[in-house]
Design a protein around this ligand. Structure first.
Ligand SMILES: Cc1cc2nc3c(=O)[nH]c(=O)nc-3n(C[C@H](O)[C@H](O)[C@H](O)COP(=O)(O)OP(=O)(O)OC[C@H]3O[C@@H](n4cnc5c(N)ncnc54)[C@H](O)[C@@H]3O)c2cc1C
Length: 340
């Protein structure tokens, strides 16, 4: 990835934290003191919309009814895991499973013995490319919005405690984990939801579930609405009709109250419900791609992002082999009819 950035002539800066905006620059805190990086157009991909908020963009946080956000989760990987023994155990004890993901009988017994306080309804295991490794997604904590540093600190600590307990439970109770140990956790807790910057259009849960098409689409997604309960156990999962995808309009990447800013990734414009779908990695990558293309066109044509024709963004995205709705892609790439 770094080789690609070098090949493209990108000048990048690590170890710098965007903390504000001043005149035509974004201000970063760094080891060498505050740095002001001037820019004609800025793309905020902080996940939290930090730069957008500092620039005065409108934003929303959490559910409409109470402002609560999805909980945070620290993921970790265990190694020296015996996948075969674990799979045998699962096959031999199907009655102990709630679906294929719950380890419910053992969890209930460990909880009754006071050895586990699982804050959610499942233990999610993800296979990795390594046979003796498993990734575990099962901590859950929500002491407050993750843009509040005190809440983030409390969440970090709570999730690390939970991780210690879950690792002990897996090693002591679950066949296949006898020799396993936690080799690595996320360097920081994972945050699902914070600011949603309000753009020229706000994608809704209905747009997602109805697989709605938009003329100014610059990305698309098909991941379900997936809301982990902000208050504890339970996850809402609502799927799109099979084989369909929804569009994300360019307007969702253009904050309505700023001029030279775009957003990409999970902080784009949408409701709490829509966010729970477009927050995932492939869709965040696609909106980041679109925001970058629009920013480059805005900068080279000396226009604010909202005045860049959406068809120009779409054409460039298609040239760069982005995935857009096939009918739209076909319409945009059809040769102009010969009018002689
Ligand atoms: C526990 C968990 C499990 C998940 N599981 C899946 C899954 O299985 N599949 C899936 O597709 N998605 C999953 N997701 C969702 C997905 O990982 C994220 O929503 C997605 O990565 C968001 O991408 P992003 O680029 O918007 O933000 P991020 O990936 O969070 O990137 C933002 C970057 O900006 C940096 N940054 C933040 N603030 C500043 C600042 N002020 N200055 C400078 N830099 C800053 C951060 O350090 C980070 O590097 C999961 C999320 C969580 C929390």
């Amino acid at each position: 990835m770094l080789d690609m950035l070098d090949a493209a002539g990108v000048r990048y800066l690590f170890h710098a934290f965007a903390s504000g905006v001043a005149d035509d620059a974004v201000v970063f805190e760094s080891k060498s003191g505050p740095l002001a990086i001037p820019a004609t157009v800025v793309v905020d991909c902080t996940g939290d919309g930090d730069v957008a908020a500092a620039a005065g963009a409108d934003f929303e946080v959490g559910r409409e009814e109470d402002g609560l956000t999805q909980p945070m989760t620290l993921m970790f990987r265990m190694v020296e895991f015996d996948r075969g023994r674990f799979a045998d155990y699962v096959r031999e004890h199907p009655d102990q499973w709630r679906g294929v993901l719950g380890l419910w009988d053992l969890v209930a017994r460990a909880q009754a013995a006071g050895e586990l306080e699982l804050p959610r309804e499942d233990i999610l295991f993800f296979a990795t490319p390594h046979a003796r490794e498993v990734s575990v997604n099962s901590t859950r904590t929500n002491p407050g919005p993750a843009i509040d540093t005190w809440a983030l600190t409390a969440a970090e600590w709570a999730s690390r405690r939970q991780m210690r307990q879950i690792v002990r439970f897996l090693r002591e109770w679950v066949p296949g984990f006898e020799d396993a140990y936690a080799a690595q956790s996320g360097t920081v807790i994972g945050v699902r939801e914070t600011r949603r910057v309000v753009g020229e259009y706000m994608l809704t849960g209905e747009d997602v579930l109805q697989a709605r098409a938009f003329d100014d689409a610059v990305a698309r997604g098909s991941y379900p609405i997936d809301i982990h309960n902000p208050r504890g156990e339970g996850t809402v999962l609502k799927r799109l009709p099979p084989g369909t995808a929804y569009d994300i309009p360019l307007r969702c990447l253009i904050p309505r109250s700023t001029d030279r800013l775009l957003v990409g990734g999970r902080c784009i414009s949408g409701t709490h419900e829509a966010h729970s779908s477009y927050r995932v990695t492939p869709i965040a990558m696609a909106t980041g791609h679109a925001a970058g293309v629009c920013a480059a066109l805005a900068s080279s044509s000396d226009l604010p992002p909202r005045e860049v024709p959406h068809t120009d963004v779409q054409q460039e995205l298609l040239r760069q082999r982005a995935s857009l709705r096939p009918e739209l892609a076909q319409r945009l790439t059809e040769p102009e009819p010969d009018r002689r």
